[in-house]
Design a protein around this ligand. Structure first.
Ligand code: AMP
Ligand code: MN
Ligand code: MN
Ligand code: MN
Length: 290
């Protein structure tokens, strides 16, 4: 099993644990190298790094940037970023800035569908109000008795075509990769198996076009082993990694106990022949915690 977990969330974005609680859980579960990759915000990295040092873990600065590409929302993980790099910090601020208005609109749409008072309830679940998002809405709607769990709320209310879904313009792919690279990081295409066209995957042709553009913009790696991929998808994206000469990454995408596909520290090995993303920083001593 891999003892690298390079994708997870704290309550700085839509996880339920604080950065310290998350790192403690990772350490207990045998993770040796960890990146915290909150959505669109780097405010948890200092706390997580300090917690990781206490466990003698290697800690990698990370972020997961929301991107709009054609009709899809994509997530681009940055690993080994410099959190206070001005271009990255400004870019992330601009991505975050649209969330408050979107949340207001989501609440208005849900009210039209007969569910009132959701905005305040959702904000109560957002540890960081700047990062208000769909998961906070989902947790509140479970609390209010509308669905049995977060997954059901998404399916019924929060995905395209459902009453609480509000289309949103996130960052441009080229910009997000540029901010990551400009701050010294490696850009990773997150959970490629999750990008859908309707009820099915985005299709081979579109995936080829996406990966071509990703590489042209300076993207260097792809998540092969991630919490939401099946073993068939590990093999599928391992093949894409070879075709596009991409490094391979792995991460649980853990959001909290009881809410995630996978817990931290329980990831299967890469398929044979994958070149791990950590090859790109093994020589870079500055990324390591002594
Ligand atoms: P947002 O950035 O506010 O649009 O929220 C996106 C987050 O919602 C993702 O990072 C996931 O944590 C969560 N999410 C998206 N789709 C689903 C789904 N179908 N079921 C459960 N959680 C989801
Ligand atoms: Mn999330
Ligand atoms: Mn994601
Ligand atoms: Mn994630």
């Amino acid at each position: 099993m891999l003892d690298y977990d390079l994708h997870c969330h704290s309550n700085i974005s839509d996880g339920t644990l604080s950065p310290t609680e998350l790192v403690n859980r990772a350490a207990e579960r045998g993770v040796k190298v960890m990146a915290l990759t909150d959505h669109d915000d780097v405010a948890g990295l200092d706390e997580a790094r300090a917690a990781a040092a206490k466990h003698g873990m290697i800690f990698i600065n990370g972020v997961e940037i929301s991107v709009s590409w054609r009709t899809h929302t994509l997530h681009i993980v940055g690993l080994g970023i410099t959190p206070d790099h001005p271009q990255l910090a400004d870019g992330l601020r601009s991505v975050r800035s649209g969330r408050a208005l979107r949340a207001q609109k989501m609440s208005d749409e849900l009210a039209k569908a007969g569910i009132g008072g959701v905005l305040e309830g959702a904000y109560n679940y957002a540890g960081n109000a700047n990062m208000i998002g769909r998961t906070h809405f989902a947790r509140y709607l479970v609390e209010a008795g509308h669905c049995k769990d977060v997954k059901s709320v998404f399916n019924r209310y929060l995905v395209k075509g459902k009453p609480g879904y509000v289309p949103h313009q996130w960052a441009v792919l080229e910009d997000a990769i540029g901010w990551i690279r400009g701050s010294g990081g490696v850009a990773v295409l997150a959970h490629p198996g999750r990008y859908m066209s309707g009820r099915v995957g985005m299709g081979k042709k579109t995936m080829h076009e996406l990966l071509g553009e990703f590489v042209d913009c300076g993207g260097k790696a792809i998540e092969v082993v991630t919490g939401s991929h099946t073993p068939e998808q590990y093999a599928e994206f391992a093949r894409y990694s070879k075709e596009f000469d991409l490094l391979c990454s792995c991460g649980s995408d853990f959001h909290g106990p009881g809410e995630s596909y996978r817990d931290m520290g329980r990831l299967p090995d890469f398929p044979l022949g994958c070149r791990p993303v950590w090859e790109s920083w093994e020589q870079t001593a500055s990324l390591k915690v002594a």
